[in-house]
Design a protein around this ligand. Structure first.
Ligand SMILES: [Cu+2]
Length: 193
């Protein structure tokens, strides 16, 4: 796990509050970064190993066939100073050839698959038409012959504070599959909208 923005005192303070980080649009912390970044963005990468409900802490499997205990997940986030955000997913050890559906969800994982809440939505809505990969972060993938997979989602917006908290893996692509795995992720938010 690498929290590149961790050198920034502001981000450290936010992390103490239990949040992933912040990409402020103001840039008041002048000493931030190492020359490449013009302002405060946010970059994070975290990984975990799926475990059964009783022993899991961040990565839960709810279906041992589709998400075997011991399989691996990594999620990365890169948020530019203006808020544009790329989220990446990598997995290893899943079911070869299987098509999975994956979304960013609003709450952390627990032993209860429902605990992760609904999909994170850029424009929150109860309209079924708002459930789509432009208003949400979808990371659907098909596992290769070795059971590995990856996906990337890019949006010109970033997460709200404490709005995104996990990545849920479903048994089929799209929006209606059963929850087979969940990974709690320290997503950072942006104040640029
Ligand atoms: Cu989902």
């Amino acid at each position: 796990m690498a929290v590149r923005a961790g050198v920034c005192a502001g981000v450290v303070a936010m992390a103490v509050l239990g949040a992933g980080g912040v990409a402020a649009a103001t840039g008041e912390d002048g000493g931030h970064g190492k020359g490449k970044d013009k302002g405060p963005g946010y970059s994070m990468r975290t990984d975990g190993v799926f475990a059964k409900k009783k022993s899991a802490t961040t990565a839960y499997t709810y279906d041992k066939k589709l998400v075997p205990a011991g399989s691996w997940v990594q999620v990365g986030q890169r948020t530019a100073p203006g808020g544009a955000t790329t989220v990446t997913l990598r997995v290893k050890g899943l079911k070869a050839g299987h098509e999975y559906g994956v979304h960013v969800h609003t709450k952390p994982c627990t032993a209860d698959p429902a605990a992760a809440g609904g999909h994170y939505q850029h424009k929150p809505s109860t309209d079924p038409a708002a459930v789509n990969p432009r208003n949400e972060v979808w990371l659907d993938f098909t596992a290769d012959r070795k059971g590995s997979g990856k996906a990337t989602a890019h949006h010109d917006w970033g997460f709200r504070k404490s709005g995104a908290a996990s990545v849920v893996i479903h048994d089929e692509p799209g929006s209606s599959g059963a929850r087979v795995g969940c990974f709690t992720v320290p997503f950072g938010w942006t104040t640029a909208r």
